[in-house]
Design a protein around this ligand. Sequence first.
Ligand code: AMP
Ligand code: ZN
Length: 472
Amino acid sequence: MTLKLYDTMAREKRTFVPADPDRVTMYVCGPTVYGYAHIGNARPVVVFDVLYRLLRKEFGDDAVVYARNVTDVDDKINAKAAEEGVDISVITERYLAAYLEDMDALGALRPNLQPKATEHMGAIIEMIGKLVENGSAYAAEGHVLFDTQNFKDYGQLSGRPLDDMIAGARVEVAPYKRHPADFVLWKPSKPGEPVWQSPWGEGRPGWHIECSAMIDAQLGLPIDIHGGGIDLQFPHHENELAQGRCAHGLPTYSRYWMHNGFLDMAGEKMSKSLGNVILPHELLKKVPGEVIRWALLSAHYRQPLDWTPELIEQSREALDRCYQALLDAKRLGVDDPDDARESDLKAFYEALSDDLNTPAAYAALFSLYRDLREQLTLVERKEASISQARRRLAALLEAANALGFLTADPETWFQGAAGDDLKAKVEGLIAARFEARKAKDWAQADAIRDEIAALGVEVMDGPQGATWRLKE
Ligand code: AMP
Ligand code: ZN
């Protein structure tokens, strides 16, 4: 499998070759934990989870090191803590726990490493020290600033020449800055905010330096893949790169840069500041995580994705069809798949390896679905043995699992919304109907069937017994 990834720096797709295939390193900028994540924040999580799974398949589960940071020092966290009158750790712990719960529900594997800014103050201060020492940064009025004019490649990632940034600096430039584009590595804390000691006075780090220092401490520079939303390309990633390269005199910070497009609503970026957010935390109460995940992966990750009620409906229908096939396979005794054949999965993995082309991967997955359906029909008509159907089932399951789908038991999928009481009642009625049929008491069997239907339940009979699902 040749994996090609679109590299924002090169502005083209490049064949992915890690520096060391036994230790493939990936870093994705994680959440600032001061509130619930919205669906837009979940997009990079799910997109890079697909890449993480693909890398693990290609290089081995233990060969991939995926780090996603937690920003737990931030103005918004301070504001929220002040508003509630609690310590900032109360806020960050609460929302980190909620974040992980929500992302788990979306089927995202947890990264190997989840470094926190507050636990890396030593590494952050050390990196700033190196930058000051080698002339890449300067201290002024309690601040430490990165000297952009001293780094000839500044602007390379975002394609913004430094000269343009002077013209672009509309806001009043702080007097202690040598150049409008110079950015903060360290700054004094405001009254009431958390404070750390440093050689440049008491204060706190800037946001960008957190990521550079944590990557350096946790993964070691340079890394293979750096990811995040397209809004982070500038200034966050441009600045991360500048700091990391200058601290160590490195020609490269990350060998590949990947950025996901925005998740929009009615043509506008979903964002907290615009107030147009949908929270997985709420949505998950009504919609299964796999449905949300399906919707998030339905567009290519670099394209914008418009979030609509129809998108959720279509995603649910797509997954219902797949789960129905699993249920029918089970009903027909086709439930013990062999290992999938590589040849059956060729089109699927080709799509995924082409810069994570999930729409094409969905098409390949549905082709596997149709193959399975065809075989199940033959089995049902007793025109074929189950061996071909098992092969198709194995292929469908592997492709779906590679994307994080079809992880539920098909009965649970359809019966999920039924409470325990209803489940027990339906199971009891199905057993009673079975007994009535055995006794050839057709009137009784029909009466029970009607009773089951009145509960909004559909029963599907098969040679291995009956399965059931809630009707729409
Ligand atoms: P933040 O908490 O705002 O730093 O965002 C966390 C991650 O979500 C970053 O990778 C952002 O680029 C990404 N992100 C935020 N809003 C959206 C959106 N509407 N669509 C896609 N990605 C987003
Ligand atoms: Zn970052």
